[in-house]
Design a protein around this ligand. Sequence first.
Ligand code: NAP
Ligand code: ZN
Ligand code: ZN
Length: 350
Amino acid sequence: MSTTYAYAATDAQSKLAPFEFQRRDLREHDVQMEVLFCGVCHSDLHQARNEWKNTIFPVVPGHEIVGRVTNVGSQVTKYKVGQLVGVGCLVDSCRTCPSCQEGLEQYCENGFVGTYNGNDRQTGAVTYGGYSTQLVVDEDFVLRVPENLDPAGVAPLLCAGITLYSPLRTWGAGPGKKVGIVGLGGLGHMGVKLAHAMGAHVVLFTTSASKIEDAKRLGADEVVISKNPAEMEAHLNSFDLIVSTVAAQHDLNPFISLLKRDGTLTLVGAPEHDHPSPQVFNLIMKRRRLAGSLIGGIAETQEMLDFCGKHGITSDIEMIQMQQINEAYERMLKSDVKYRFVIDLDSLRK
Ligand code: NAP
Ligand code: ZN
Ligand code: ZN
């Protein structure tokens, strides 16, 4: 066992505060790493405040992790001490169900093990995430980090990146396709970069007029202020795919109306309260689809990292110390992040 320093929430109302615990001894297939950087996902905030009503307290959030390998178990073949590695939202799954067999561990029919707020499959112990100095993870759930990329900017790819990459691939974003991304936050800004790199015509929908120039710099061909009905109407019946990252309850109808026949609105934002049901006729009349998507499997996450390495894509980040996390959460709630907070874990080692 090794002593680990972290930040945890002890109940839904408290701020995150220093917390100490023991990481498990290495199993045969385990990789131990020093956590260098950890991105701050809106899911961390939902979970710390028990907005999804399933938080096990104390909770140590963090699932956008880049670290350096410090030790490996006796049977580890994929990683060596000193290597730069990544860990995302998953640390285990049953590995035998049809979804796991297809490499879709995020849809494991027996329940995947989350990097935090999960239960270890062998001991039942609660998992603690990347707001911590070190991590122990089975090698099958560890990712290779492209060496040409800035490691701090890679951290957010492990959740924000893959959560957009997967639906963009699933619904065929590419040349000749008109793709909308709703919300320019952590997930949304990765969606703009990735869809642009895939060759799609990218339209960013935002509620923040101040983000227009940034959206264009990040790769959007057009920017629409979604609160402005005239700007929305100009795009009626024209999208192949819209991916919504919005972290709050809202009306879906104005976005569904923008889909062409057979177009799809895919929800990845996971608000505390459900969106009201959209109008049925708006879907029926054009065979439009409303869908959802959850992060991505391990193989697809590696594919995404390699894609980002090839295209030189990382997240636009604002580096913070662990001690600034509560302030960062408040700013995230005001959509005041450009475009992902990343924690420098050296701040916990001092
Ligand atoms: P974020 O950085 O806070 O970005 C969310 C963006 O949504 C904001 O920047 C804002 O963009 C827009 N927005 C916020 N409130 C809004 C409102 N009331 N109406 C309209 N737009 C609003 O959050 P994130 O980390 O990207 O996460 C987004 C959501 O995805 C969260 O719910 C998170 O839990 C979820 N998530 C899901 C998955 C998955 O696998 N499905 C994975 C990770 C995260 P503008 O200022 O541009 O309007
Ligand atoms: Zn996340
Ligand atoms: Zn499974």
